[in-house]
Design a protein around this ligand. Sequence first.
Ligand code: ADP
Ligand code: MG
Length: 171
Amino acid sequence: MASVELKGLSKHYGAAVAVDDVSLRVEHGQLVCLLGPSGCGKTTTLRLIAGFIEPSSGEIEVGGKVLSSPLRTVPPEGRKMSMIFQSYALWPHMTVAENVAYGLKIRKLDRATIDAKLKAILSTARLEALAERYPGELSGGQQQRVSLARALVVEPETLLLDEPLSNLDAN
Ligand code: ADP
Ligand code: MG
């Protein structure tokens, strides 16, 4: 079970405090939103949970195991998580299909499985017609859908979304 627990989590950059003593438990299956003004530490908290940065103090446990502490932080690829970045962070030199399939390739799934999963998620995200385009040839909303498809296709236990729907229609 992928419960996520933050215990007294803080992140400092020199004298600046980005995240200040956050404790939070998210149960398996729960959807939680962090709401607050610009600069209050939402993105930093997500980056801490994903393992892109290490805490200055406190811990992050997933399923009861410590994944982040000031002493030891498991890298992002060692966590069953996907993060959707506010800026999408698509790879500009890869097509839509290559961006979406990348996580499956590094997990070394076989060709037929990759093709089947890719086809299914491109269909769900209504991206089939754009599969061979590059990110620079897409609108903001289309890029956001690619980012969503890339995060979902690997079936993560924990999905982290940084303002992920700001460019999408309600549907
Ligand atoms: P939010 O996502 O809620 O808008 P952030 O988590 O991006 O907020 O930022 C929280 C605070 O931490 C801000 O004051 C920001 O300037 C600061 N901050 C974030 N990342 C860094 C960094 N790498 N170096 C210094 N300060 C940072
Ligand atoms: Mg932010």
